[in-house]
Design a binder for this molecule. Structure first.
Ligand SMILES: Nc1ncnc2c1ncn2[C@@H]1O[C@H](COP(=O)(O)OP(=O)(O)OP(=O)(O)O)[C@@H](O)[C@H]1O
Length: 552
């Protein structure tokens, strides 16, 4: 999707003051740098050639003063520039991350983590470099170039023609070489992306790869990726060395032309030696800004590619919005759930539900059964508002979920999901995830109830809980839900990996703790459904009540 560069102005707008400060400081630094060749001219013509020692001392002093002042102004501008640059980068990164936090699970299920990472890291940085570095460098280049040209014109207008006669050729060369360079750079970035994609994927599934004996295949794949990267890197380096040499050659030619024409002027006494030296010094200084401006073409194309990749994330539709003015739950909220003609399909998939109706009364244990893949977990995701129904309504104690504050809903309805995700940190951090203010006693109590306390609350669990067993992860998730003390507790195959005895004990604990609260238990095991007041089966035709006794 093409956005142009409009989104970028929004990034800079809050920092216009800093932009002006940085530009002002770097213009001052450039002006000081511009003074140096002029002082050299004074030194040669009025000091050395005129044999005036006081003049020599004075200009040397001024050169030194300008250098010291330039250093101070340069440091000041770099400092503010760094702050500005970081602020823009972080603001953009936070915006992308903030948006990612609001995207539905499907978004993450369908994309490689490596790809999202490379967008939020590499592409965001590329956009920031363009917004701050390139735009500031370009403005600065225009200022320096204008100043340099003005002084050159004042020194020797006759020499402007030989100095810049080759400029059109330089522009032409740059325009021809840069697109090729750009292609090479893009290929390198893609190779880089492939490599991190491969690594993320491989590291995440190392155990599976080991179990399948796929190490050698993966190592060969990694080697091939490295080899391709090296090939492309060498190609890009070679090209950039050759392409980089041509402008230097053209600059050398221009300098020679200036010395030739200037030499004639000096011989004819139409110009002083000092002025010729100063002119060539200025010519050297004009090269940088010209290159910067030519580089802008390449930079803006690269930034456009990255900006589009970042905007793809920011344009991804948010599945659920928090209501601007949420409605409160009734004071006597008890956890009654009602599905009214609920229809839902995943993006690009067939309907999972079409017109589902159900009443789940408050305060009882409900067993939810149904064939694998029929949509039980999806139903719970709808109840937890990871998605909204395409049609119909889901009500909690008479209030449409869409009208409830999202955080409140997720506090009142606790879901222990099938895969029991774990975050990096201690067991206590994991239990406190949804209730960060809970005190230590409360955390200890729920850890005990879920039979996870013996592992130690301060034990650090690996990333994604890799150091815990499946059953331990599930018990951790149960402790987390217990701490929330919700109105509705949903257990989606929550003890499937826990041994039978512990599973029964935990189920009994939960049943006694939540005796008067709504519990929805999804399980393929009759054991977990014991004591359910009602069993409902999810079928392609809707929710059908079963005989609770028969199932349990
Ligand atoms: N993110 C997704 N995108 C597209 N389709 C999905 C997605 N998640 C699930 N599905 C599909 O939706 C249907 C319902 O899946 P769901 O996980 O809700 O079933 P389930 O009844 O909980 O199954 P199980 O008992 O095996 O856990 C399945 O056909 C599944 O393939």
């Amino acid at each position: 999707m093409a956005h142009g560069f409009r989104p970028l102005f929004h990034l800079l707008r809050p920092h216009l003051g800093s932009v002006a400060l940085v530009l002002g400081a770097s213009a001052a630094a450039s002006a000081l740098a511009l003074a140096q060749p002029w002082l050299a001219k004074q030194l040669i013509d009025e000091g050395l050639i005129a044999r005036q020692m006081p003049m020599i001392a004075l200009t040397c002093g001024l050169i030194l003063g300008a250098a010291v002042l330039g250093l101070g102004v340069g440091a000041f501008s770099r400092w503010h520039y760094l702050t500005l640059s970081a602020k823009v980068l972080f603001a953009l990164r936070e915006r992308v991350f903030g948006h990612l936090q609001r995207l539905p699970p499907t978004y993450f299920a369908r994309r490689a983590t490596g790809d999202i990472l490379s967008r939020i890291d590499g592409d965001v940085a590329e956009v920031q470099r363009f917004v701050v570095d390139t735009v500031l460098a370009a403005v600065n280049a225009v200022l320096v170039l204008a100043g340099t040209l003005a002084v050159m014109a004042a020194l020797a207008p006759q020499l402007l023609a030989p100095a810049f006669v080759l400029l059109p050729l330089q522009v032409l060369v740059a325009r021809r070489l840069r697109p090729r360079m750009e292609r090479l750079v893009r290929r390198l970035r893609e190779r880089n992306g492939e490599m991190s994609g491969f690594l993320v994927h491989s590291l995440q599934s190392m155990k599976l790869i080991q179990a399948m004996g796929g190490e050698a295949r993966d190592a060969a794949r990694f080697q091939a990726l490295n080899r391709h990267y090296l090939d492309d890197l060498r190609r890009a380096e070679l090209f950039s060395a050759v392409a980089g040499g041509i402008p230097g050659l053209l600059n050398g030619l221009a300098a020679a032309a200036v010395f030739l024409a200037g030499g004639v002027l000096v011989m004819a006494d139409a110009m002083t030696v000092g002025a010729l030296v100063a002119f060539t010094l200025y010519l050297g200084r004009a090269v940088g800004p010209v290159n910067t401006l030519l580089g802008l073409i390449l930079a803006q194309r690269r930034a456009r590619v990255s900006l589009d990749r970042v905007m793809e994330i920011l344009d991804a539709p948010v599945a659920v919005e928090n209501p601007p003015v949420p409605l409160p739950l009734p004071a006597a909220a008890a956890g009654a759930i009602r599905f009214e003609a609920v229809a839902f399909a995943y993006d690009g998939g067939g309907p999972v539900f079409s017109g589902l109706d159900a009443d789940i009364p408050a305060g009882i244990k409900i067993g939810l059964v149904g064939a694998s893949g029929i949509g039980k977990s999806t139903l719970i995701d709808l109840l937890h508002r990871h998605y909204d129904p395409d049609h119909g309504h889901i009500l909690l104690d008479g209030v449409d979920l869409r009208h409830l504050d999202l955080a409140e809903l997720r506090r009142r309805v606790a879901v222990v999901a099938q895969d029991s995700p774990v975050v990096a940190g201690t067991i206590a951090d994991n239990i406190r995830l949804a209730a960060p203010d809970a005190d230590d006693q409360a955390v200890e109590r729920v850890a005990g109830l879920a039979e996870i306390g013996h592992l130690g609350l301060d034990t650090v669990v690996g990333e994604r809980g890799a150091t815990l067993s499946g059953g331990e992860r599930q018990r951790l998730a149960i402790a987390r839900a217990l701490l929330l003390d919700p109105l509705v507790l949903v257990l989606d195959e929550a003890v499937s990996a826990v041994d039978l005895d512990a599973g029964r004990r935990i189920a009994r604990t939960i049943d006694s703790l939540f005796r008067h609260r709504t519990r929805i238990v999804i399980s393929h095991h009759p054991d977990a459904l014991a004591g359910a007041g009602r069993i409902i089966e999810l079928t392609p035709h809707g929710l059908i009540p079963q005989d609770a006794e028969a199932v349990a």
